[in-house]
Design a protein around this ligand. Structure first.
Ligand SMILES: Nc1nc2c(ncn2[C@@H]2O[C@H](COP(=O)(O)OP(=O)(O)OP(=O)(O)O)[C@@H](O)[C@H]2O)c(=O)[nH]1
Ligand SMILES: [Mg+2]
Length: 340
């Protein structure tokens, strides 16, 4: 990311991330392109934005052809990050959702129980994550609207079944299926310049959507689960982080909210007014690498524009240290804004 992008750009970027329709996204990208100064340092960024514009134009075209005007399966983001549960039939995706959130999807011992998205919030300390349970995906079938949900999610939890001898076939064939929809499940999302476009018959080759993925090996209570887990580790341990759980018995479920927090790459920042106590209940959640100014924008645009400096407590700073608008913030920093 080139340094010194104007604050208006960051603001637009945030609106872009929240935007739900291709039309809205295109409009915001055009705005971002107009804001960015034109020089060598911003070449990559401008090229990326232009690619995104063509991708959204393509999405718009596809939607128009399908005639699905006005209706969308899009799930509006809530909480610190949106995580979608992806997996073959009967692996326990819905059971996991019932155990981690207050949602109540149907759980049943036969495949293709879930037919629609079911959403629930999973708490972690003073923040929460949005989980989306999806219908099963198989190498032969994915509902037409499902890839879009995966594309827009922040994280993927790929659920597999430790009670099944077909366990190994629950990872790669599914990754292959998603790849046909331009989604690549990965341990870490590569940096922008390393990203490659995949070739397509269409003139406009869509970008690959890299999705940071963790494998959840469910049903660790089942007979033979330990041996199957070792095999899974051997085959896929290098490619994905793997955590084994039992949605039924509860084993390791308490690790998942923390894993979500770690993978989401977010920080929590507490605010305080001068001379007042800290509000620990409602942190501002920001992407890792955010600055004082980013935090101020979360509160209010006008406020951010008037911001002069901040005092900060906690990680990486002396207690009450005065820092400039463009200094980085760290998880659980307490911040006191000072405006002019
Ligand atoms: N032994 C065991 N069974 C489980 C566990 N989690 C889920 N199950 C069972 O596995 C079956 C399928 O669970 P679901 O949660 O409906 O699976 P799903 O992945 O949502 O299935 P689809 O909606 O069809 O894709 C049910 O009979 C659950 O009771 C577990 O941790 N251990
Ligand atoms: Mg289900």
């Amino acid at each position: 990311m080139p340094a010194n992008l104007p604050p208006d750009y960051q603001k637009a970027k945030r609106r872009y991330e929240m935007a739900t329709t291709p039309e809205e996204k295109i409009a915001i990208l055009e705005e971002m392109l107009a804001i960015i100064p034109k020089h060598k340092g911003t070449d990559h960024l401008r090229a990326d934005l232009r690619k995104r514009v063509s991708r959204h134009k393509q999405e718009k075209e596809v939607a128009r052809k399908k005639g699905k005007k006005g209706f969308s399966y899009h799930v509006r983001k809530q909480g610190a990050a949106q995580i979608c549960l992806v997996g073959m039939p009967n692996v326990g995706k819905s059971q996991l959702l019932t155990r981690l959130t207050r949602a109540t999807p149907e759980v049943a011992p036969y495949p293709f129980t879930t037919q629609e998205t079911v959403v629930g919030m999973m708490d972690y300390d003073n923040i929460s994550f949005q989980l989306i349970d999806l219908p099963a995906i198989t190498p032969d079938y994915v509902k037409p609207w499902q890839p879009d949900i995966v594309k827009y999610a922040d994280l993927v939890w790929l659920v597999v079944d430790l009670s099944s001898d077909e366990l190994l076939d629950q990872v790669d064939p599914l990754c292959d299926k998603l790849r046909t929809h331009h989604i690549e499940l990965v341990r870490e999302v590569p940096e922008e310049p390393e990203r490659e476009e995949i070739e397509d018959e269409d003139e406009l080759s869509p970008l690959l959507w890299y999705k940071k993925t963790m494998v959840i090996a469910n049903k660790s209570d089942a007979e033979g689960a330990d041996e199957r887990l070792s095999i899974l580790q051997e085959f896929y341990g290098d490619r994905f982080p793997i955590v084994s759980v039992s949605a039924e018995r509860g084993d390791n479920l308490d690790k998942l909210p923390h894993s979500a927090f770690e993978s989401a790459d977010v920080i929590r920042v507490f605010t305080k007014a001068p001379g007042k106590p800290v509000d620990y209940n409602d942190p501002i959640v920001l992407p890792r690498g955010s600055t004082v100014l980013d935090a101020a924008y979360e509160l209010h645009k006008d406020f951010a524009e008037r911001l002069q400096y901040a005092r900060v407590w906690g990680a990486n700073y002396f207690d009450g240290q005065a820092i400039a608008r463009d200094e980085f913030l760290y998880d659980e920093n307490i911040i006191e804004f000072h405006t002019g």
